[in-house]
Design a protein around this ligand. Structure first.
Ligand code: ATP
Ligand code: FE
Length: 351
């Protein structure tokens, strides 16, 4: 089906047109400029910007794809989880479009969008293992189908992307922190600072990143106190040590998630990563070798589809539609929506 997708759950306003696995248009308008002065995303500002920009994103996407709204088969929209004002803006816009055209409406879980994206660009069979690692999330999922996920574990505090961003802030590096920290780390010695590898002593696939951030802060303050500031070398070594700790923790927990996943005896075992942190070269390399060891295929969607976008929502919406899922004007916007609670009522109640 030809799907129009809308995404507005965080600080990117996006619209896309996707037919099957063909992305006809994908428009993403970021808001970093609007929030820069506040040191984080301001929900009210984000919601207002989404409400103002969604219509324009939709018409741009239609124009880029060279199709009219009439030709669209259904409208897919992120219905959660995310900042509620933004999610509401998207859901209201989608309802308006659906009511105006009489087309079906499909509410999509943002995390399902991320988790299904590898199938948009790769022939990946269910069930596959997914590591979703982004600015706001970190979890291991077994993806059995478009609406069938098992969560194996995830972070109990910060997401790794958030930790990269905070590290950059602590060291005076630019935002987003991930690419800046990775570039510094490439010049540094990962062995000089031995940062903790939290939760490795505990069974299971849960992760923690907040202690790492505290340890980094302590080392920085110690250096500043003893030598009056940070040298170039210090900054690079701190980044290298931090990145190595994140990589080691993610690699070891991935090993455990793989073991759990393999008990299902998948016919074509594979690990897919998604989310902005999947751009990290050191992490990719570590995950690839975990997969080589365990006999899994490793795959990662192109970066533009890893970070927030509406093509993933349109694609996931198409998969839901073909599954027979569609929603009506009672579709609720949900600030929280765990992926493995897909059975919870989507229609009607706002819970
Ligand atoms: P979510 O999708 O969970 O709501 P988000 O939209 O903020 O969160 P993404 O857009 O998927 O997350 O990813 C952004 C995050 O990825 C940022 O925290 C950024 O620092 C991180 N990131 C980007 N490139 C790299 C990199 N090379 N290494 C590590 N982290 C990176
Ligand atoms: Fe996201």
């Amino acid at each position: 089906p030809l799907m129009l997708g809308l995404e507005s759950s965080c600080d990117d306003t996006a619209a896309a047109l996707v037919r099957g696995r063909e992305v006809l248009a994908s428009v993403v308008v970021g808001q970093s400029g609007l929030h820069a002065a506040f040191g984080g995303v301001v929900p009210e500002i984000a919601a207002r910007a989404h409400a103002e920009r969604l219509d324009l994103c939709v018409s741009q996407a239609l124009q880029q794809a060279g199709v009219t709204l009439d030709e669209v088969d259904a409208i897919a929209v992120t219905a959660g989880p995310g900042l509620i004002g933004g999610v509401l803006s998207g859901v209201m816009t989608a309802k308006g479009l659906a009511a105006g055209t009489g087309k079906p409406l499909v509410g999509v879980n943002h995390l399902a969008g991320h988790a299904l994206t590898p199938r948009l660009t790769d022939d990946l069979a269910f069930p596959y293992l997914m590591l979703l690692v982004s600015g706001g999330h970190c979890q291991f999922l077994v993806v059995h189908g478009p609406e069938d996920f098992t969560r194996l574990g995830g972070t109990i505090d910060d997401a790794p992307g958030e930790a990269f961003d905070k590290t950059a802030r602590l060291l005076g590096l630019p935002q987003p922190g991930g690419p800046a920290v990775e570039a510094e780390a490439a010049q540094g010695d990962p062995a000089r600072f031995r940062f903790p590898r939290p939760l490795l002593d505990r069974p299971g696939c849960d992760l923690s990143f907040s202690g790492l951030k505290t340890a980094l802060l302590r080392e920085r303050d110690r250096l500043v106190a003893t030598q009056g500031g940070l040298f170039r070398r210090d900054r690079a070594d701190l980044c290298a040590g931090f990145q190595a700790a994140v990589r080691d923790v993610l690699a070891e927990k991935t090993r455990r998630a793989v073991a759990l996943y393999l008990t299902e005896a998948p016919a074509a075992p594979a690990l897919a990563v998604a989310g902005g942190v999947a751009a990290n070269g050191a992490l990719r390399e570590a995950l690839r070798s975990v997969c080589d060891e365990a006999g899994l295929r490793f795959t990662a969607p192109p970066l533009a589809l890893c970070t927030d976008n509406a093509a993933m929502i349109a694609y996931a919406g198409g998969a839901l539609l073909m599954n027979g899922t569609r929603h009506d004007m009672t579709l609720a916007a949900r600030p929280r929506w765990p992926l493995d609670s897909a059975a919870a009522p989507l229609i009607g109640s706002g819970r």
